[in-house]
Design a protein around this ligand. Structure first.
Ligand SMILES: *Cc1c(COP(=O)(O)O)cnc(C)c1O
Length: 425
């Protein structure tokens, strides 16, 4: 019970692990084993009943290790530690963010049913929803930031008369422009579509701000989804995914994970245990630097517009939603360079210290061009609607000194400026 009052960062080095049960090892060893010996047949029987969801846990009963596709110590500890950040009953880890997303969606949306989702979403999620789900005869309806509850509900009822979506899937803040969606409002929509017999499950992709700066469960979401490749891993050296939520819903997804085989391996789980120990100081330091960088960009003559959550219009609806559900602006910045693709490419090709790479949330700063890279699969029409223009550049701010980052940005912008003025002459 003592644990309950402590902050998650105080528990990341110890929660769910007793060194004395592991030869005194202060850090949990990597359990590189595929299978686990039972003490007796009765024990094996009980573990399987729980793993397959055949009965509820008895008072005080703990599930033991069976086989590493179902569970293993490194993943088990990691799941319990991630759950602390979201104040969730349970967590589950996967071999990638896309494995978490596809396993979760297919746990709750069956052939003939409907998924409601926010746009834009991560490119892989977008492809899965538009090109994979229809192969399973699953209907999809989308909405964008700023749309009102009744408009969204009406659209679903018009497109799929008499049917209720089995799931609502939201990504906020959205990639790459940091658009945000009111989680409480979407929770009301999910409740509206829920019935006694069937709950409409509401999941939020919390990759951009979580698990430190946003807690969707507190605003009515049922599940939180992560690409753990990003801030949770934080070092660009692991691909992984995760979810958190109630023991019941996470348990249902874990059963599906067992049969998709989309669990996380012991080595990657071990690396993420290490990463969770520093997630708070990393995310806080990155967010602090991002604000410095965004302020520099805002006043630069070669920059048309900065898309950063720390710079929303003071009296806008977005600012109100931000104040309600976000604890920080995070460290993702997008900006429109003066010009188009040519200027954006020239800037990126001349930018030092930043790596020209997709992905985000790592110790090193990364820069990319959404319109031709991460979001190239989005239709031109949607790209325009969502503000993913040829002039848009996306930055993920890492742990370098912010003044060093600014100097490199200033240098690269200067190259673009000089090229433009000599072209005019
Ligand atoms: C990267 C990302 C994903 C996909 O995660 P992978 O680990 O690459 O499979 C999903 N959602 C968001 C918001 C992401 O940034």
């Amino acid at each position: 019970m003592m644990n309950k009052q402590m902050k998650p960062e105080s528990l990341m080095m110890s929660h769910a692990y007793d060194a004395h049960e592991h030869q005194g090892a202060v850090k949990c060893p990597v359990y590189q084993t595929s299978t686990f010996a039972f003490n007796s047949c009765e024990e094996g029987k009980a573990f399987f009943e729980l793993a397959y969801g055949l009965r509820d846990k008895r008072e005080g009963e703990e599930m033991g290790m069976i086989y590493s596709r179902l569970n293993h110590p490194n993943m088990d500890i990691l799941e319990k530690r991630l759950a602390l950040w979201d104040e969730a009953e349970a967590g589950a880890f996967f071999s990638s963010g896309m494995a978490a997303i596809s396993t979760t969606i297919l746990s709750f949306v069956k052939p003939g049913e409907v998924l409601l989702f926010s746009s834009p979403v991560y490119g892989g999620t977008d492809h899965f929803i538009h090109h994979v789900l229809p192969q399973f005869n699953i209907g999809v309806v989308s909405f964008v930031k700023g749309e009102k509850e009744d408009v969204i509900i009406e659209r679903v009822e018009k497109n799929y008369p008499g049917r209720r979506p089995s799931m609502v899937y939201v990504e906020t803040p959205g990639n790459p422009t940091n658009s945000i969606i009111d989680i409480e409002m979407v929770a009301r929509i999910a409740r509206y579509f829920s019935s006694e017999e069937k709950k409409c499950v509401f999941a939020v992709d919390n990759t951009f701000l979580g698990p430190v700066f946003q807690h969707p469960l507190q605003f009515g979401a049922d599940l939180v989804v992560y690409s753990a490749t990003k801030f949770i891993g934080g070092h660009s050296d692991v691909v992984a995914g995760a979810i958190t939520g109630s023991a019941n819903l996470v348990g249902q997804v874990k059963v599906m994970r067992t049969f998709f085989g989309s669990q996380l391996d012991p080595n990657s789980s071990w690396l993420l245990q290490r990463s969770l120990e520093t997630i708070k100081i990393r995310m806080e330091a990155q967010a602090k630097s991002a604000l410095v960088v965004a302020n520099f960009l805002k006043d630069h003559p070669m920059v048309d517009k900065v898309h950063f959550l720390g710079m929303l219009d003071a009296d806008s609806e977005m600012q109100q939603i931000f104040n309600k559900q976000c604890l920080s602006a995070g460290s993702m910045i997008a900006f429109d360079i003066a010009g188009g693709e040519k200027e954006a490419f020239m800037f990126l090709d001349n930018l030092k210290l930043f790596k020209l790479a997709v992905s985000l949330g790592s110790t090193e700063s990364l820069a990319e061009h959404p319109a031709t890279m991460t979001h190239v699969d989005v239709s031109a029409e949607d790209r325009e609607k969502l503000g993913i223009s040829p002039s848009l550049v996306r930055l993920s701010i890492g742990l370098e000194d912010p003044q060093d980052l600014i100097e490199q940005i200033a240098n690269a912008l200067e190259v673009v400026k000089r090229a433009n003025s000599s072209a005019i002459c």
